[in-house]
Ligand binder design. Structure first.
Ligand SMILES: Nc1ncnc2c1ncn2[C@@H]1O[C@H](COP(=O)(O)OP(=O)(O)OP(=O)(O)O)[C@@H](O)[C@H]1O
Length: 287
């Protein structure tokens, strides 16, 4: 099997030793491995787009941002696999992927296939989620130096710092043609958020739809209630949170509002979100 491994040396603060174990395990399992170290954000996409033969499988060795860059360059018919060495690894948690190099390599070589339909934000793919409002500001303003030092905690700090923004801007979200208002929104392919917290029990990665969570009440108290509900996995039970399954979503707001996809900044509104025509085959464990 020919495998291309895309390694982000900055993901999770750098994990070169674990990468060596992973590549060795792939090769011992009979794979021919082409390894590429990314040099900048977006580099993985450019590299893959220029690669005539990607092999049977492309592995994203990094976190959700690396997977996002990779998924935007993977050619039709090529499978996607993950070696989760990022900070939060939301997608890997959702797919129950092992973190140990040897076990992760076994999933790449012998795992089963799960078809996941990526969503498109203004034409660019994402696999896990997109967010506007509070969620996007948290990502936009996270301290990247602190992230390297303290990992996920840097997001917790940013969450506290951005509380003041919540409720200041009203967003118009059109969900499959139905216009709705909110003060923040997360459009999610999967169930998890920020690691192992359950955002939506109704979302389903293998379904051809996204789950739209709308935060429809203003006020910081409401936001704090939602954050507490997130910790308990009960977000969809909060009065004022709407959860809808959809295939097409547009978001607009007055002023310059950022958008995040898969935990990284993804430009500004307006946003048009739809589903990709074809799913991507993702390697996952049998159990
Ligand atoms: N060589 C590089 N230098 C700087 N940034 C890079 C490089 N290669 C990739 N990137 C960018 O690094 C960002 C962060 O990567 P990634 O999200 O995979 O790691 P993480 O933030 O540690 O993990 P997670 O998103 O799971 O929390 C991505 O946006 C990616 O585009």
């Amino acid at each position: 099997m020919n495998i291309t491994v895309i390694f982000n040396p900055t993901a999770g603060g750098g994990r070169a030793r674990r990468l060596r174990h992973f590549v060795r395990a792939l090769e011992q399992g009979g794979a021919r491995v082409r390894l590429y170290h990314t040099r900048a954000p977006g580099d993985a996409t450019r590299y893959l787009n220029a690669l005539a033969h990607q092999g049977e499988c492309v592995v994203a060795a990094g976190g959700d941002g690396t997977t996002n860059d990779v998924i935007n360059g993977v050619k039709p018919g090529v499978a996607l696999a993950l070696f989760p060495i990022g900070t939060a690894n939301v997608l890997a948690r959702e797919l129950n992927l092992p973190r140990k190099p040897e076990e992760a390599a076994r999933v790449v070589l012998e795992g089963r296939t799960l078809n996941i339909t990526p969503a498109l934000l203004n034409g660019r793919r994402f696999l896990v989620m997109a967010g506007v409002g509070y969620d996007a500001w948290v990502v936009d303003q996270v301290d990247l130096i602190a992230k390297r030092r303290i990992g996920k905690l840097a997001y917790a700090v940013s969450m506290l710092r951005q509380v003041f923004r919540y409720g200041e801007v009203r967003f118009r979200v059109t969900v499959d043609g139905r216009p709705l208002d909110c003060f923040s929104a997360v459009i999610s392919n999967g169930r998890y958020y920020g690691g192992s917290f359950i955002l939506s029990r109704q979302a389903n990665l293998s379904r051809r739809s996204v789950q739209v969570l709308l935060f429809q009440r203003p006020g910081r108290l409401f936001l704090l209630r939602c954050l507490a509900a997130l910790l308990l996995g009960r977000m969809e039970r909060v009065d004022g949170v709407a959860s809808l399954s959809a295939e097409r979503v547009t978001v607009t707001a007055p002023g310059l509002e950022p958008v995040q996809t898969d935990g990284d900044p993804a430009g500004f509104l307006p946003a048009e979100i739809e589903l990709e025509a074809e799913p991507v085959a993702v390697r996952v464990p049998w159990a």
